[in-house]
Design a protein around this ligand. Structure first.
Ligand code: FAD
Length: 306
């Protein structure tokens, strides 16, 4: 299919620098406030690579995005001062290596930051293009078009190769590296023969639409299994709906002094099974295997936060 007439046309006339309005409470240098605003958008981290006369060049970039599945297209944004940009021409192949959580050192290295003790990067050549070994995902693309992007240049690449492996990505947020922490369910990790005796001690409750089931801050002395309907779990940074079979309030029941960590409300009519901390302890005493399994789940969660 031919490209639409207007393809890229919006870039023919570059807008000049202009003032923009800062929200209330944001004072000082507008460029800093703008960068900080953009920094709230969490991204992964990639290393872009290319080869010029057998010499491999790499550069850390988080301004990478998927554009189209058919045809497969990606886009990267490169500072006009970066050496990488000068190596990217129509038809140039470039690699995108999506870094894994432990590859912070490589990110620093390819950003020209000091990264003492980081082993020399090694590259695998695919489609005549270097890719950083040990990354979570790899793409090889060929520059199709480039666009003016203010102090950056945008390169649209047609993907020739893609692969990924399992693992956790390195994240970048507010100018800092972050990583994903899985939130493994605690009690639902128990096999049915250990979970069922705990639930057998529960008592059924019904709630109407909008009813508050648990309130943030109040003592958490019971957990609940949703039997029917859907509940809404809300706290700063989290707003999820959980349905039948899900457990809520399980962290607080193990740490009742801390209080509830989220508001939970009924999203329509809901039926739940409430298990008190007292019943839970009775069930765990009756079968210490359940207690040991819970400790293992909690230890795995602790390890993930290291
Ligand atoms: P250089 O600065 O010359 O090279 C970069 C570094 O990589 C140097 O330290 C060099 O020694 C090392 N290096 C290059 N090739 C090799 C090799 N073959 N083996 C070993 N080391 C090698 N800039 C953007 O334009 N767009 C972005 O989206 C972007 N995102 C970023 C995200 C993060 C998290 C960070 C930390 C930086 C980001 N930057 C981005 C900044 C960018 O990475 C740096 O400005 C970078 O130095 C520009 O690279 P360059 O092409 O000018 O080459």
């Amino acid at each position: 299919m031919a490209a639409p007439e207007a393809f890229g046309a919006s870039f023919e006339e570059a807008p000049s620098a202009h003032e923009f309005e800062l929200g209330e409470g944001l004072e000082g240098d507008p460029a800093i406030a703008f960068r900080r605003t953009l920094g709230m958008f969490a991204t992964g981290v990639t290393v872009l690579t290319t080869r010029v006369a057998e010499q491999v060049h790499g550069m850390t970039a988080n301004a990478f995005m998927s554009v189209s599945v058919s045809p497969p297209l990606v886009l990267v944004s490169i500072d006009r001062r970066a050496r990488m940009g000068a190596m990217m021409h129509e038809g140039t192949r470039f690699g995108v290596s999506v870094l894994e959580a432990k590859q912070k050192g490589l990110s620093d290295r390819f950003a020209g930051r000091i990264s003492d003790g980081v082993p020399e990067p090694t590259f695998e050549i695919v489609h005549e293009t270097p890719l950083v070994e040990g990354a979570l995902a790899h793409l090889v693309a060929r520059v199709m078009r480039s666009y003016w992007g203010g102090d950056h240049s945008l390169f649209l690449g047609q993907v020739e190769f893609a692969r990924y492996s399992e693992g956790r990505p390195l994240l970048f947020h507010r100018g800092r590296y972050e990583r994903l922490i899985e939130d493994p369910p605690i009690f639902s990790s128990l096999p049915p023969e250990l979970l069922d005796p705990i639930l057998a001690l529960g008592s059924e409750r019904s709630y109407g639409n909008g009813d508050v089931i648990m309130k943030k801050g109040e003592p958490g002395d019971e957990l609940m299994l949703v039997l029917e309907g859907s509940v809404r779990v809300q706290r700063p940074g989290l707003d999820v709906a959980l349905g039948a079979g899900e457990l809520v309030g399980e962290i607080e029941v193990l740490n009742p002094g801390g209080g509830r960590i989220a508001d939970i409300t009924a999203d329509g009519p809901v039926r739940c099974l409430a298990v008190s901390r007292e019943s839970l302890l009775t069930a765990l005493e009756a079968d210490p295997r359940a207690a040991i399994t819970l400790i293992e789940v909690l230890a795995a969660r602790f390890r993930a936060t290291e």
